[in-house]
Design a protein around this ligand. Structure first.
Ligand SMILES: [Zn+2]
Length: 646
């Protein structure tokens, strides 16, 4: 008996070193020798210890999977695919818990598993299934060695992990397989959800553990402690996890993962961000679908490596100076990329970007790609300096938090950006007014405020290069047309820092007119879904500025913002709709109006909330994503039928 105990301990230690720590200390032949001895002893005595490695045999093929209910529901996570969506998550969290820590870890792309222990012994493995009920894959799981058969905790326990197949293992397998496996995600799912445990064993999946789903006497108080506990008990845990104290630190960790995932042997498709403190999680709770305290940031973008030629500073409509990197042109999914954005000077330092460095860039939904990090410096790499004066007007730079500003309201690029934003499609939608028009008007007529557009004469326009009778006439009528505009677009057009389209719509819906919005205090602003503290302060600050107020009054003497009717009920009530591609007869704006008039909500990108996609010709990645998520997709014809329009 003592010998048996000794053998089991020895074999388990070696297996742990081999499968969990990736650091074998004995050759396979040595392991096999002791394993055989143990097996023989067990046969002779008819006794098998609960943590004996001989229990890790999958057994005979099953006829069907039995189903099993999880003790606690296995949640899946809400997803963010843009930095905007990520920042919306922080805004929502901050409202409830202003100060907090997050953990950031890799999001592995495999099959989510739940392992149950009772009285310290492994009893069952299930797939996530629908979150409540999963398939019993105990026999399959027993062929995997990256988890312990016994744990020191004696209560009922469920741990959660992701079954994966290493990329190198997949490659190896495909070399000799009659039917090569397409990708590591399908391979992992296929290996586990396979009725024959021998097939599972052959495909060599592993499990990375990352959560305690249920612990009878309460789980560890934080995510960081949870990782520690899992490791201590012998579960395989991926070595990367970051504890972050701010949104910036989280973003830095995400970038780190984005760069790092190229060098690891496991398929990853993003990062998982969780509130560290379990007690705080409980305050936040969950929606009917997802916990509110965690989010998965998914990488979906095209990436490439190229060299930074130089960094220029741009002045935006609020005066903020943003670094723009000029790059050696590089092809990214069929588009030649020459420039990439960086957030601010701190971002340059954090990412180690220098002139002449090789950097990793990503192009996603944003028009201009961003720099994720530096891959390597070259001999000629030069540090980038922080400007002390505005490169355009020479005004001394003002620093506010992490950002630097040109304080000069008349600074040319600042005025131009403000005017172009005001006239843009999602704002006042003045057709025919481009950034170039703004530059010309600034240079030739001294126009500095949007309100002056409404006093423009044809003579003034005709004096500008490229403006003939027709073009001038068209622009004037477009300006005239913009005098009636939905309130949300007017609010967006004002260009208040942090107030994007979504926030503007929120403000319009809640305050109904400019007078009420102007009177709003921070508190009532923060109460809105899409307004965080910083933006609330920016809004209040904007209305406290006399120059802004004077301009607002001038604008309101020309423009009549309209409050939108809110449609309740309607054929599309409760639907979140995404438009993509070119429709045969409807313009995008027309289709959008029909959707909203029928109670639907239009979204700019496909998210987990999306319920319907209206797709036309040349629908691209949005359609792909919708297919992947199994969202209902319709064409214009079906759309018309649905609404009784034909
Ligand atoms: Zn300036």
């Amino acid at each position: 008996m003592n010998r048996m105990r000794e053998l089991v301990d020895k074999l388990n230690k070696w297996a742990h070193e081999y499968y969990v720590l990736d650091n074998p200390s004995v050759p396979d032949s040595e392991y096999d020798k002791y394993y055989d001895e143990l097996k023989k002893l067990e046969e002779e005595s008819g006794e098998v210890l609960p943590d004996s490695p001989t229990r890790r045999v999958g057994g005979e093929p099953l006829k069907a999977f039995s189903r099993h209910e999880h003790i606690a529901r296995l949640y899946s996570l809400d997803k963010a695919v843009t930095k905007d969506e990520l920042s919306a998550f922080f805004t929502r969290v901050k409202k409830v818990v202003p100060s907090h820590e997050f953990t950031v870890e890799y999001k592995f792309d495999g099959l989510t598993m739940c392992l149950t222990y009772e009285g310290g012994n492994f009893v069952r493995a299930t797939t996530r299934g629908n979150g409540t009920v999963g398939e019993d894959v105990t026999a399959q799981c027993l062929t995997i060695k990256s988890f312990p058969l016994t744990v020191s905790y004696k209560g009922t326990l469920e741990v959660k992990g992701e079954a994966v197949i290493r990329l190198s293992v997949l490659e190896e397998y495909n070399k000799t397989a009659a039917e090569p496996l397409k990708n590591a995600r399908n391979a992992a799912a296929g290996a586990i959800r396979n009725l024959d445990p021998a097939v599972t064993a052959k495909r060599r999946p592993e499990i990375y553990f990352y959560d305690i789903n249920y612990m009878e006497d309460g789980a560890p108080a934080t995510q960081a402690e949870c990782f520690k506990w899992l490791k201590k008990e012998g579960f395989k845990v991926f070595p990367y996890v970051r504890l972050c104290k701010s949104e910036e630190e989280v973003e830095a960790a995400i970038d780190e993962i984005e760069v790092g995932r190229r060098n690891i042997d496991v398929l990853t498709d993003g990062a998982v961000i969780k509130l560290n403190d379990v007690a705080v999680r409980e305050i936040l709770g969950s929606t009917d679908k997802f916990p509110r305290w965690a989010i998965a940031y998914k990488f979906e973008a095209e990436e490439s490596v190229t060299t930074v030629r130089q960094v220029r500073w741009q002045v935006g409509r609020t005066g903020k100076l943003t670094p723009l990197a000029e790059l050696e042109p590089v092809d990214l999914a069929g588009v030649t990329v020459r420039r990439a954005t960086l957030n601010n000077y701190g971002d340059i330092l954090r990412k180690g970007v220098k002139t002449g460095s090789k950097v990793l860039i990503r192009r996603s939904n944003e028009v201009i790609p961003e720099i994720l990090g530096t891959v390597e410096h070259t001999e000629g790499s030069i540090d980038i300096k922080k400007p002390e004066v505005c490169p355009f007007c020479g005004a001394e730079i003002a620093e506010v938090g992490a950002n630097i500003f040109c304080p000069n309201r008349l600074c040319r690029p600042r005025v131009v950006a403000k005017l172009a934003h005001f006239a843009s499609k999602d704002a006042m939608d003045i057709e025919g007014f481009s950034e170039k028009t703004a530059e010309q008007l600034y240079d030739e007529t001294g126009l500095i405020n949007a309100s002056q557009l409404y006093k423009l004469t044809k003579e003034q326009l005709l004096s500008l290069e490229g403006f003939k009778d027709k073009k001038a006439g068209n622009l004037l009528s477009a300006i005239e047309k913009s005098r009636t505009v939905p309130l949300d677009r007017f609010i967006y057009a004002l260009g208040i820092e942090g107030v994007g389209k979504v926030a503007a719509a929120d403000l319009a819906k809640s305050f109904k007119d400019m007078q009420s919005l102007r009177a709003a205090d921070s508190q009532s602003l923060v109460a809105l879904d899409n307004i965080g503290e910083v933006t609330a302060d920016a809004i209040v600050g904007w209305f406290e500025d006399n120059e802004n107020l004077a301009e607002l009054n001038r604008l309101l003497s020309y423009i009549t913002p309209q409050t939108k009717k809110v449609v309740t009920g309607g054929v599309l009530a409760g639907q979140f709709v995404v438009l993509t591609g070119t429709l045969p007869t409807y313009k995008r704006s027309a289709a959008q109006k029909i959707i909203e008039d029928n109670g639907g909500v239009c979204q700019s990108s496909v998210t987990s909330k999306t319920t319907l996609v209206l797709a036309g010709e040349e629908a691209g990645s949005k359609l792909e994503k919708a297919k992947k998520l199994g969202i209902k997709i319709i064409g214009e014809d079906e759309f018309k039928t649905m609404l009784g329009l034909q």
